[in-house]
Unconditional design. Structure first.
Length: 277
């Protein structure tokens, strides 16, 4: 079967299964199975697939039909135009989180040291280090598997000389002070987790999602401690869930932070809150 025909049929199958962006997902999975990028998929559209090639793509399509996200199937996700490898202990990086990266680049360009709390894949810290060549950073996570994955991503992005990853329960094993502290903490309320999309509910680690009764438990834990780990005029940035920005801003204000601002993602949702000492 020609590649173009196979892809069209595959997209139709994914659409019937209720998959969002079925044609795109079909191309991504086929490209991964065949080792082809987007341009090569197009230029080789008339290529005749072997039975072995079709079987390899079909195996990936079957996982997508069952609801497994493309990034989990192929083991990586693009974020800030960089590729990040995933494992079961890491949250899948999403475009909304780029709002935090943009905010720090704008406000914290003079920051030389960065702490990333709950680093996961390391996508936030490593993206910032990629854009801020004079900076160094430490990423911490309670999951040893997540820390190992972040370290591997630092290697693949050639950032091992400026990035360090540690196992730590938030700030418990941190002794240094930093110019910038960032975090994308768990912020989904416990009762809302069963209502999340299947791709998130089933495949993202619950530890990275569950923010307690109202989704704000980690903010209440971290914000009162941050001043002790910041250099003078230090900057903090949190990713937040929908409608949480005012409450997180209030927590920061009550703990002595100023210059508090909310930053909207591409959907117009206040996705990041920044503040300084």
């Amino acid at each position: 079967m020609q590649l173009a025909v196979f892809l069209r049929n595959a997209g139709d199958r994914l659409e019937e299964a209720g998959v969002d962006n079925p044609q795109l997902d079909a191309r991504l999975l086929a490209g991964h199975a065949l080792g082809l990028d987007r341009a090569e998929l197009l230029s080789q559209s008339r290529r005749l697939l072997t039975a072995e090639e079709m079987d390899a793509i079909e195996a990936l399509l079957a996982q997508r039909v069952e609801g497994k996200p493309v990034a989990r199937i192929i083991g990586k996700r693009e974020f800030w135009s960089l590729d990040f490898l995933l494992n079961e202990a890491t949250l899948e990086p999403r475009p909304d989180s780029e709002t935090l990266v943009e905010a720090i680049i704008k406000l914290g360009k003079n920051g030389r040291t960065i702490l990333d709390l709950g680093t996961g894949t390391g996508c936030l810290l490593l993206s910032l280090l990629h854009e801020m060549p004079e900076s160094t950073g430490i990423g911490v996570d309670i999951s040893r598997d997540a820390v190992h994955q972040a370290a591997k991503n630092a290697i693949s992005l050639c950032l091992t000389d400026r990035a360090e990853f540690r196992v730590s329960n938030w700030l418990s094993d941190i002794t240094e002070k930093f110019d910038i502290i960032i975090s994308n903490p768990p912020y989904v309320s416990t009762l809302s987790i069963p209502k999340l999309m299947r791709e998130v509910r089933k495949y993202d680690p619950k530890l990275a999602l569950d923010g307690g009764r109202d989704g704000l438990s980690v903010y209440r834990l971290l914000i009162p401690q941050l001043a002790a780990f910041l250099n003078p005029h230090g900057l903090v940035a949190f990713e937040v869930g929908q409608k949480q920005a005012p409450k997180v801003a209030d927590l920061l204000r009550k703990n002595g932070f100023t210059n508090i601002a909310a930053h909207k993602d591409l959907s117009g949702i206040e996705r990041c809150v920044t503040a300084s000492l």
